[in-house]
Ligand binder design. Structure first.
Ligand code: AMP
Ligand code: GLY
Length: 430
């Protein structure tokens, strides 16, 4: 089989690398890919991004199926276009991708199906939004309706901060179209978890659980990022909670979309806040895999990923099971100088030739310049390692990461701290 993966990040490197391990797959093209996918066995980068050019390529090369990594092409309708051209592609339609691409759509959808989420209101006019904030007080959360590359959510500790966010989005139009409408919602307390499943329109195959660290700085402080590290499984998600998330969140969402004539196909990601009472509430839906969650999740996957996706494309996800390495996997992100505000590019990277059975270096913002791998984006690499305990996985990931150097490298030293703390607490209670 010949496959195509769309995207250029660590998530896509992990997807393409795992797909290429199938004995039936002899080539995985990655469009556009990065310096890591360029040097992986059976992988080849493709300098194409236009849908028409990608469709031509798939026809010409006889690509068996395409997997889409990021949300932007999904929200722009790549799945509809490929299907109309008679090509197999794994991802949601443009209509179903609104679950991520429009927060207002997602909130109204959740309300229609009784899916637990924070109470909210939506506004496209600043005066009404300001009045709502005055009545509700802080903390409160202001979200741009559209896709804003991680910059669209302001968790405001004070009324002033919330008013400023409304001004920036609705009055000054600082996020462009994405911020022409906002959702304002209650601030939820608890611990976050990522719950990612594969969906074939009807059936659901849950992937291993995971948690990521969204803040730039240690102790989960500082600005929000795309994610500075992640691990799998998430000890927070007990078997009982797992069943509850499927029952209260995932199944109603999949059934609701089917009922409304836009059956969901693809990876579906629920970002959840788990309250102190153990109840899950949805912070957001993403219409794709998480980055960096995918890197530890796929490092643990024991099945042939190409077979799982084929089952999904044929509506047979109820007939397959996913098997996971019993070990923990933990991924540490190495980010560029200036990330997330203004990442610097072009810094040479050393230490990339390390190889081992129990870890993998997934590239994201990297490129080759004059034969040298250099930084080319905000998140540069995710060093992901396996270990019998989360502590061992963490130690191994940092051991490898410490050998990778580039000017201005940013790396949190505490990825996994919540899981480690939970373990310590459980032990002292036992
Ligand atoms: P989102 O893109 O909607 O997931 O928001 C990004 C981050 O903002 C989440 O991962 C949370 O850390 C935080 N967040 C979003 N919504 C809320 C909420 N209602 N209460 C508390 N924190 C939130
Ligand atoms: N790591 C969070 C996300 O992929 O949205």
């Amino acid at each position: 089989m010949k496959l195509l993966v769309i995207g250029a990040g660590g998530r896509e490197h992990a997807l393409a690398w795992r797909l290429a391990q199938s004995p039936r797959v002899h080539k995985v093209y990655v469009a556009p890919g990065n310096a890591g996918t360029a040097r992986e066995e059976k992988l080849e980068n493709l300098a194409l991004t236009e849908f028409d050019a990608l469709i031509d390529f798939c026809r010409r090369e006889g690509i068996d199926f395409t997997v889409v990594g990021p949300e932007a092409p999904l929200a722009a309708g790549i799945v509809d276009r490929f299907r109309a051209a008679g090509l197999k592609i794994f991802g949601p339609s443009q209509a179903a991708a609104r679950l991520e691409a429009s927060k207002a759509f997602a909130k109204a959808f959740m309300q229609r199906y009784g899916i637990p989420t924070a109470a909210y209101a939506e506004f496209d006019e600043a005066a009404a939004a300001h009045a709502y904030i005055d009545v509700h007080g802080a903390p409160i959360v202001v979200k741009a309706d559209g896709l804003a590359a991680g910059k669209g959510v302001v968790v405001a500790a004070s009324r002033e901060e919330a008013h400023a966010a409304v001004e920036a989005m609705l009055a000054e139009g600082r996020l462009g179209e994405a911020g022409r409408r906002v959702v304002i919602e209650d601030c939820l307390d608890g611990e976050e978890a990522s719950f990612i499943v594969m969906v074939d329109g009807e059936h659901v195959l849950p992937l291993a659980t995971s948690q990521d660290h969204k803040r730039l700085l240690e102790g989960d402080r500082g600005p929000n990022t795309g994610g500075m590290g992640a691990y799998s499984p998430a000890p927070l998600v007990t078997p009982e909670l797992h069943a509850r998330i499927l029952r209260e969140v995932i199944r109603p969402a999949v059934a609701g979309l089917k009922q409304e004539g836009m059956p969901y196909t693809g990876f579906l990601y629920a970002g959840l806040m788990i309250g102190a009472d153990g109840s899950p509430r949805v912070l957001e839906f993403n219409c794709r895999l998480g980055d960096p969650e995918t890197q530890p999740i796929l490092l643990r996957l024991k099945n042939d990923l190409a077979q799982l996706i084929e089952a999904a494309l044929e509506g047979r996800l109820d007939q397959v099971e996913a098997e996971w390495d019993r070990r923990y996997a933990l991924g540490v992100v190495l980010a560029a100088a200036g990330y997330p505000e203004a990442p610097r590019t072009g810094d040479p990277i050393s230490g990339l030739d390390q190889r081992g059975e129990d870890f993998h270096l997934f590239h994201a913002g990297t490129a080759v310049r004059d034969g040298q791998v250099v930084t080319a984006g905000g998140r540069v690499l995710t060093v992901t390692a396996l270990g019998d305990t989360i502590k061992i996985a963490q130690a191994r990931a940092y051991e490898v990461a410490d050998h990778i150097e580039f000017a201005g490298r940013q790396m949190r030293r505490d990825i996994g701290w919540r899981a480690l703390q939970r373990r310590a607490n459980n032990r002292s209670r036992a």
